[in-house]
Unconditional design. Structure first.
Length: 429
């Protein structure tokens, strides 16, 4: 044997001996499968999701899951940057409004090859399974079913001796009630309701009640300039009457529970989604109640609908697709994950998980499950997903309305500006 060969053999033997001397924990660390998972949301969601992932890694000790979480406002900018740079997380929390865009850009991996093993979601029901499909392929697994939810501070309204809004409250009645709350409170900087003019889901309910929609199946605007003008006018008048939060204060909201006007003590009512009740209650001192968004009145159409609160997808570039699929299945169907997540992301689409949760969840959890059942006869059909460019339009809605709320633009001017910018955004897309 040559000197070089003997040295190589010696090094190999020494290396094997050293490796054999490693403790079991070191071997496990060296052999670990490592993935990244990302989601948007507040601190309560982060704690619950981490607990579910800890339950997974306890069973699957060879897997390490690094987490990335951030608020909705910055989430999509960061994800777009990661995808463009080839550095997307392995497991991605996806929203219905964006799943078509990301799937068609081939940024997501189809999940059909992993169904029913390891992703077994047969008891979701076909309608809930279909919410994750794009052009006939499955790209997302629903994490929850939700709808719009009007949150109100039950404690504050009881103290003020004001009856909260309910499922039959019209927009006109809601405005009167908001003004009454402000007057009864008599507290500087406190208002009946947050200003929802820049809340796209609230606008969607408004136009659907008129028999229209935000977008049609071809991705074009499906409401008129008069619709948005009347919407801006409604909130402008309510704010001027003292019923809605002042513009400079509302501008501080950053789509997180912690910055919401109700959380920061600026309003008694907030426009959110039903699955967010847990997160909002976690950061609010008063006991919260929930009802439907205001109704359109006699002859109006259903404004609300059942929506997948969010979905779980796999990056097209992940080197660990099988393990990512196992994680998604665990989070979506395993009892330990269900107990950890509760209904913070919405009512589970899995019947088995719902049945187990009814005996486990607290009052808030039961309220969400009951709410979804209660509105069953009052919801419309799921609309087409928003087209590419819709994200820019949503941002423009807030920016344009803020120009009204701080006194820099009139309603008619802002309506014209919004429609023109929306048209250009869709054309660019």
């Amino acid at each position: 044997m040559s000197t070089v060969s003997r040295r190589s053999a010696f090094k190999l033997a020494a290396g094997l001996a050293a490796a054999a001397a490693l403790p079991d924990s070191a071997w496990a660390q060296a052999a670990r499968t490592r993935l990244r998972m990302t989601w948007w949301g507040g601190t309560d969601r982060a704690k619950r999701t981490q607990a579910a992932l800890d339950a997974y890694t306890k069973i699957n000790a060879s897997t390490q899951i690094d987490v990335e979480t951030i608020g909705w406002g910055d989430y999509w900018t960061r994800l777009a940057t990661q995808v463009a740079g080839g550095n997307a997380p392995d497991v991605i929390q996806m929203d219905y409004r964006y799943i078509y865009e990301y799937a068609r850009r081939k940024a997501l991996r189809p999940l059909d090859e992993f169904m029913p093993n390891p992703i077994n979601i047969a008891d979701f029901g076909q309608a809930n399974i279909d919410t994750g499909k794009v052009d006939g392929q499955t790209f997302g697994v629903s994490m929850g079913v939700n709808s719009n939810g009007l949150f109100y501070d039950k404690t504050a309204l009881e103290r003020l001796k004001i009856t909260p809004p309910d499922h039959n409250t019209t927009w006109a009645q809601f405005a009167e009630k908001a003004v009454a709350i402000t007057k009864a409170a008599g507290k500087r900087g406190f208002f009946g309701t947050s200003d929802a003019a820049s809340n796209e889901p609230a606008l969607e309910v408004w136009v659907r009640q008129r028999g229209r929609a935000l977008y049609d199946a071809d991705g074009k605007m499906a409401f008129t300039r008069d619709d948005i003008a009347e919407w801006f006018d409604y909130w402008d008048k309510l704010r001027r009457a003292g019923g809605a939060v002042a513009g400079d204060l509302q501008a501080l909201y950053r789509n997180t529970p912690e910055t919401d006007m109700m959380t920061t003590g600026r309003s008694a009512i907030s426009f959110q989604h039903s699955n967010q009740l847990v997160a909002w209650q976690a950061v609010n001192q008063g006991k919260l109640g929930m009802t439907m968004f205001p109704q359109g009145g006699a002859g109006s159409k259903p404004g609300q609908y059942y929506k997948p609160s969010m979905l779980l997808s796999i990056s097209a570039t992940t080197p660990q697709p099988q393990e990512a699929a196992r994680i998604i299945n665990f989070i979506s169907t395993h009892p330990e994950a269900g107990a950890a997540l509760g209904v913070e992301r919405g009512v589970p689409p899995s019947k088995g998980m719902r049945d187990r949760l009814m005996s486990e969840v607290d009052e808030l959890g039961k309220a969400q499950i009951e709410y979804i059942s209660l509105i069953a006869s009052r919801v419309g059909s799921l609309p087409p997903p928003p087209p590419k460019g819709a994200g820019e339009i949503e941002q423009n809605l807030r920016r344009v309305y803020e120009s009204i709320s701080v006194g820099n633009a009139k309603v008619t001017e802002a309506a014209d500006q919004f429609m023109a910018e929306a048209k250009r955004a869709l054309e660019r897309a």
